[in-house]
Design a protein around this ligand. Structure first.
Ligand SMILES: [Zn+2]
Length: 116
């Protein structure tokens, strides 16, 4: 084992499926899309129509023919930010406790609860 500890501690992924997010860095910068899937253990999210990659597929009896399909590849959560549904801008969020003791996300710009 080297001196570097393996990153087993998951970063807090505060994004959820169906969140609208904006890519803040990299070649996909400025693109927005809906979160299709969250990979908590990898700190990545799959975003609709963002970070498309080409996959070669083999011909199969069910699809008839092979070819190249485009599909989304996961993006690191540190490269995206949530678009607040209340103020419609890319924002940072923090967690808060609601009255019922549940956790909810709060937009740091408009201070609105994003979900209850
Ligand atoms: Zn907001």
């Amino acid at each position: 084992m080297g001196k570097y500890k393996k990153a087993t501690e998951p970063v807090k992924v505060r994004l959820k499926k169906n969140d609208l997010v904006e890519v803040t860095t990299g070649k996909e910068q400025g693109k927005t899309g809906k979160v299709l899937k969250v990979f908590r253990e990898k700190n990545k999210v799959l975003i609709e129509k963002v970070n498309m990659i080409k996959r070669h597929t083999r011909p199969s009896p069910t699809t008839g023919q092979g070819g190249i399909v485009e599909k989304e590849a996961p993006v690191f959560v540190c490269k995206v930010k949530l678009i607040c549904p209340k103020c419609a801008t890319g924002t940072r969020i923090r967690m808060t406790q609601t009255g019922e003791g549940k956790k909810a996300r709060v937009c740091l710009k408009c201070k609105e609860l994003i979900d209850g």
